[in-house]
Unconditional design. Structure first.
Length: 197
């Protein structure tokens, strides 16, 4: 969120942090017009996204995985699930986080923004992940209403976790999540209560 704030500020657009935070989870292609409007998107949208990338590159090594994230993916694989990371990030960022999580050997595939026309909350990323998984029998795991909406549009359920920061359990349930957990570790420990059982 701070990287988006700085990217907009670089182009003399000052937006409330609350507004920026509440849209985190959207892909950058939809994020700029959602938070700043269509005029800003037309005039400087690509420039803001380019600046965001520069800002993000400066802090990417400070980002750590959530506790239990690796073990959660390992638990899914132990249960025989195909695991595809549905990321709207650019390829080098997706690769970085796959390695930070230590799940390269556990994932069956992952998506990037290059796989789709539009990102979350549009369903394209979920559909691309389904294509890579080779099935429509799937469950999305996400932490924002944008994840839930994208999955709903692709006709799959979402299990949510409160790692998104800006959204309550009630908001995620209202968006359509079939279950909401406090942490990744809790979600792993209670997999039998979800469609991932």
């Amino acid at each position: 969120m701070l990287c988006w704030y700085r990217a907009f500020r670089k182009h003399d657009v000052v937006l409330a942090m609350r507004r920026l935070h509440r849209h985190i989870g959207m892909g950058g292609d939809l994020y700029v017009p959602a938070v700043a409007g269509e005029t800003v998107e037309r005039q400087i949208g690509d420039d803001v996204r380019d600046e965001w990338e520069k800002q993000f590159e400066r802090v990417i090594d400070e980002i750590a995985p959530f506790a239990g994230a690796h073990d959660f993916v390992a638990a899914l694989k132990e249960r025989g699930h195909t695991v595809v990371l549905a990321s709207s990030s650019i390829a080098k960022h997706a690769e970085h986080f796959v390695d930070v999580l230590g799940v390269r050997d556990l994932l069956d595939a992952w998506t990037t923004k290059d796989d789709v026309e539009t990102t979350k909350p549009d369903p394209d990323l979920v559909q691309a992940a389904l294509a890579k998984a080779g099935t429509d029998d799937a469950v999305m795991v996400g932490d924002t209403p944008w994840d839930v909406e994208a999955a709903r549009k692709a006709a799959i359920p979402t299990v949510a976790v409160l790692t998104g920061g800006a959204y309550s359990a009630a908001e995620l349930r209202d968006a359509g999540a079939v279950a909401v957990f406090e942490s990744v570790g809790e979600m792993k420990d209670r997999l039998d209560e979800t469609p991932l059982s």
